[in-house]
Design a protein around this ligand. Sequence first.
Ligand code: ZN
Length: 452
Amino acid sequence: MTVIHFGRALLPDGWSSDVRVAIDADGRIAGVERGAKAEADDERAAIGIPGVPNVHSHTFQRGMAGLAETRGPITDTFWTWRETMYRFAGAITPEDAEAIAAMAFVEMLERGFTTVGEFHYLHHDRDGHEYSDIAEMAVRMASAAASTGIGMVLLPVFYAHSDFGGAPPEDHQKRFICDLDAFARLVEGARRATSPLPGGRTGIAPHSLRAVTPDELDALLPLAGDGPVHIHVAEQTREVEDCVAWCGTRPVAWLIDNQPLDQRWCAIHATHMTTPETSGLARSGATAGLCPVTEASLGDGFFPAVAWREAGGHLGIGTDSNVLIGLADELRQLECNQRLVTRSRNVLAETGRSTGRSLFDAALAGGSAALGLGEAGLAEGSITGVVSLEVEPSLLDSLEADMLLDIWIFAGRARVDTVWRNGVRQVERGRHRHRATVERAFQTTMMRILSA
Ligand SMILES: [Zn+2]
């Protein structure tokens, strides 16, 4: 049993002073005591917060982060970026996938994320054939999660078509493609791989309405069991136009009209929505899985965050392409995008409330719901991880607690110091305990891929 004494800690009902958090050997919070003095064997930290789930990641894309920033001969868009991504995806072996995932998971833990929803679609060998174990790549994801200590909700992706209306897949999509029978075997294998992980779970991810037909979507849903269902939707205006051309309806409206949306569902991006789509999706109980850094990087557009909040919608935060990994970076980008759109400040908070705290609470609650994690705050039974922040000394005792989140998210005057997950300190003084080894394997992998 590990016990940590925090000077101040953010509990589900707000900040509390002199908090002792007891974590059992599996990493589950065994008890939270308020107003308690530190005992001799306690670990100590000034500021304690819960780890936040990362609802949407394609980990292998961390390897190509920063490598698609040269202007091409035509206007660069999501679609030209996707060509670079396909080339990179085509080169990766299972060993590479694991090395890159481990690096990304280390960075996630160092930057405030303690669980990852891995939207996993690189399934097959480079020639498109199944590995002898169809879940080989899923097993690699779970293995990287096990070695780095991040919590994993694996979301195997069903991908069968290149466009709306069941268009046949293109050659460079061959590593992603499954029929329904193969996908059922893949989900089974993913479940076997994640079940030994502390808090490990498996859901499903129909890739998008481009890649999955309505009949396939209906057939897939039972495979989710009680796990989450994530789908990319309305990320790009071209996707919206193509959807309208296919069925006469916009993609989010189509999902609302044709699928049993509820709190198990996470609509990834949902960038381009009309007002009725925004209120309808919020009413369904589904979470919007927002990835502000990637959405900005790819030029997707602005999510209607103000209308979403007013409609009572839940949001989770994902790192998606992993072009830059950081919870504070994502939350800052989300708020600052809205400032640019509305030409005002402190947009995503109630009057009189800290914006950083409002964003943090939303990402914790929505992310936990979207990954089906149950209680995710610093409370008995929670398994999702405990984080301490190191705060600039001059500010530590002079600020209200909520402002500590503001200076972390908006000013970089605080940072993640220690992360306890699976019952041990995975991160200490801002550095993952296995960083050196993981980084070496990642560098070797990248040198091989980039020189090929
Ligand atoms: Zn994505």
